[in-house]
Design a protein around this ligand. Sequence first.
Ligand code: HEM
Length: 140
Amino acid sequence: MGIFSSLFGKKEPKVEAETEVKLSLYERLGGEAAVDAAVDIFYRKVLMDDRISEYFDGIDMDAQAKKQKAFLTMVFGGPNKYTGKDMRTAHAGMKGLSDIHVDAVVENLGATLKELGVPDSDIAEVAAIAESVRDDVLNR
Ligand code: HEM
């Protein structure tokens, strides 16, 4: 083996080409099981929160949780199976609804995800999505 091949002839172990896979927020959170768990814990918090619980008096919470799971799945980039109302229509008739109430909802959702060990960066992304519907929820 000459000097050239001994210096250059040996091949470095080849690193397999890495394909970068960008997961959706839905997938990063943990998919269906994670969204199901989060929504159940979220509504437990909502019903204990004096700022907002009254809005849910008389609401079928099983049905509500189902709709919320489908809605969040859709906006987090999961499968779109949401058949409920748009955010403006859904909240249009709610008396006195204000930023304080949306803040409380966002807070409870964030606290839920924190408990479930979701990283702050993903919680921030969820909060930004919630923010994006604020004006619709408040009908302005
Ligand atoms: C980021 C903010 C919010 C999101 C993403 C959201 C999402 C939803 C969704 C998906 C529904 C189901 C719509 C349907 O019935 O087809 C719903 C209904 C409802 N939301 Fe919200 N909501 C938000 C804020 C709020 C706030 C601030 C309140 C009150 C404190 C509230 C109270 C309710 C109630 C009571 C219903 C049930 C309406 C009914 O069945 O008659 N929501 N919301």
